[in-house]
Design a protein around this ligand. Structure first.
Ligand code: NAP
Length: 462
């Protein structure tokens, strides 16, 4: 019997949505339809593709009320935050706006003798495997440029956010993107891996865990399929002694706790110059105690349940282990009565932590953060780099030269100064080490969803 793919709501444990995964034959037929439709899509004028994709994004916006409610049911995000439309629109508009320039041929020579140039051809069919934590933005980061560049796109969304794939498909189809050019399909892991191993795609963009990324890389082995792997992180903040303390606390604690800490570039560990340490910790604790954990449909709730009780169990285990090894918890249980031992997890700030503890080295992906004092930039740098991951790092100082000097020595994808937990669509989204490889957003993001094709035409005989 087919095992159904289910979304168990973190709000109350109900089965919120379920779908049967496609059979291998049906999945292969989807790919065949996408391949057959792609040429005509790529042949349409760029402006038309941009217009249809933007109309699709507008349709999502028009569906905001339903989408915000569904997000709360599927992954627990409080409705007061209104979904993820700010980032979705900013990124989609930006990528639409730079498309003509980013996809323009690189003309090396156009003389009486030679035409030499590089053009950017669509891969054909692009496969997007998306996570649940920002289910619209993470998926659309690739879908938007991939469609604009002339690819057909097949989306396989996370089980936890099954309905999101349906909504994206409805919005794009209503806008006029042909049904075979954008398809949302439901697959289990083996079905996903089989399609990749069968060389169905020109490019696969996977956003998710390190283990998932490794499985995708293994599935693609030997197929020479281009891969973008945007994986986990353990992003540090470093607060220097000249930092604007209130600003640093506000931004870093928001970066640690927003979306119940389930942000790929959320702040997971903080190093503070020892001169500011006590003040920083005191303010951080005060900041966290203003959060309200509860049902995501309540207007006062600022911290919803984690998306799944198994994710909360990981954070609980990391915290308990750290405490057993000497860490101190600074947030009192009584301030967060909604913690139910399951998906509803109180936030936590830990001190007396070190890198022997998993909570300081492994991704927590939840509302917990460890704070350590440091005496020098060298010590902070060594700690920031003592990580298997490399997604972002956030530096807090008024001294730009000092920040540049440290930033260039951090093994990571993006370095922020006096900012955190933000994707700027104009600069590329990328990582290193176990965070994977690949490039999304920005002009470079268009290079991921296309392949260069060189033309060397001699016009006259030598
Ligand atoms: P996940 O468990 O790896 O799942 C991501 C997607 O891949 C889901 O659609 C999942 O399907 C699918 N999948 C997982 N393992 C697979 C396998 N072996 N074969 C085929 N498909 C597989 O990750 P998640 O829990 O959804 O997302 C959280 C993770 O994503 C965190 O580690 C976070 O840091 C990372 N993330 C990174 C970025 C970035 O930009 N670097 C952005 C967002 C999130 P099912 O849901 O059906 O299992």
């Amino acid at each position: 019997m087919t095992k159904m793919i289910q979304c168990i709501s973190p709000v109350d444990g109900r089965v919120y949505a379920e779908r049967a995964p496609l059979s291998p034959e049906a999945a292969a037929a989807s790919v065949a339809r996408a391949k057959a439709a792609q040429g005509a899509w790529a042949a349409r004028p760029l402006e038309e593709r941009i217009r249809l994709v933007q109309a699709g994004v507008a349709n999502l916006n028009a569906d905001k009320d339903r989408i915000v409610e569904e997000l709360a049911w599927q992954m627990g995000r409080p409705t007061r935050f209104g979904g993820e439309f700010g980032g979705l629109n900013e990124r989609s508009n930006f990528m639409a706006g730079i498309a003509a320039e980013a996809l323009a041929p690189m003309v090396v020579e156009d003389s009486g003798t030679f035409a030499r140039r590089i053009e950017f051809a669509p891969h054909g069919v692009v496969f997007v495997v998306a996570p649940w934590n920002y289910p619209y933005m993470t998926a659309m980061n690739t879908i938007v440029p991939a469609l604009i560049a002339g690819n057909a796109v097949i989306l396989k969304h996370a089980s936890q956010t099954l309905v999101v794939g349906d909504r994206i498909a409805e919005a794009l189809h209503k806008a006029g993107v042909p049904e075979d050019v954008f398809q949302n399909i439901v697959l289990d892991h083996s079905g996903t891996e089989k399609l990749i191993a069968d060389r169905s795609f020109g490019f696969v963009n996977f956003t998710g865990s390190v283990g998932g990324g490794q499985a995708i890389e293994r599935a693609a082995a030997g197929t020479f399929t281009a891969l973008g792997l945007e994986l986990g992180g353990k992003d540090p903040g470093y607060v220097m002694e000249d930092a604007d303390l209130d600003w640093a606390v506000d931004t870093l604690m928001d970066g640690a706790m927003y979306n119940a800490g389930q942000c790929c570039c959320g702040i997971e560990r903080i190093y503070v110059n020892h001169k500011l340490f006590d003040d920083f910790v005191e303010k951080a604790v005060r900041w966290v105690n203003t959060l309200k954990l509860g049902n995501p449909f309540d207007a006062e709730t600022t911290l919803g349940p984690m998306a799944n009780k198994r994710f909360a169990a990981t954070v609980r285990a990391q915290t308990e282990e750290a405490v057993a090894a000497g860490a101190k918890t600074l947030i009192e249980r009584q301030n967060f009565p909604a913690d139910d031992g399951g998906a509803y997890l109180m936030p936590q700030v830990l001190v007396n932590v070190d890198h022997s503890m998993r909570v300081m080295t492994e991704e927590s992906f939840g509302p917990v953060v460890g704070i350590m004092p440091v005496k020098s930039d060298e010590e902070a740098l060594a700690l920031m780099n003592d990580s298997p991951y490399g997604l972002t790092a956030s530096l807090w100082t008024q001294d730009q030269d000092r920040a540049w000097n440290i930033a260039r020595k951090i093994d990571t994808g993006t370095v922020f100064m006096n900012r955190a937990d933000y994707l700027d669509p104009a600069i590329c989204w990328t990582g290193c080490k176990d965070t994977g490889r690949g490039v999304g957003l920005s002009k470079l993001g268009y290079q991921s969803v296309t392949r260069p094709r060189s033309y060397h035409f001699r016009k006259v005989k030598a």
